[in-house]
Write a protein that binds this ligand. Structure first.
Ligand SMILES: [Zn+2]
Length: 86
């Protein structure tokens, strides 16, 4: 068992986790903003009470960067696919 969040969710995954009384994970909505245009990406992510808000945001960023073309740069800014640099 690990506290690593699952970033891409299916209904089956969510219901399986919710049926497991030992799982610390539950779905929560996390929003990441584009620092250029203010575009908001709100998605459901699996989180646990042991995750600090920074960790939850990191999980959301990882999902957006790996799956939706977002960019997270070394200065801590987030950019939507339209404003991510190639
Ligand atoms: Zn943007």
């Amino acid at each position: 068992m690990t506290d690593q969040p699952t970033s891409s969710l299916t209904a089956e995954t969510v219901s399986a986790i919710l049926r497991d009384p030992d799982s610390p994970l539950y779905p929560a909505q996390i929003t990441v903003f584009c620092d250029h245009c203010g575009f908001e990406a709100t998605r459901d992510y699996m989180v646990s009470d042991s995750m600090a808000s920074a960790e939850r945001l990191a999980a959301a960023r990882t999902h957006l960067v790996e799956n939706e073309g977002w960019q997270h740069d070394e200065y801590g800014d987030d950019f939507c696919p339209e404003h991510a640099s190639a």
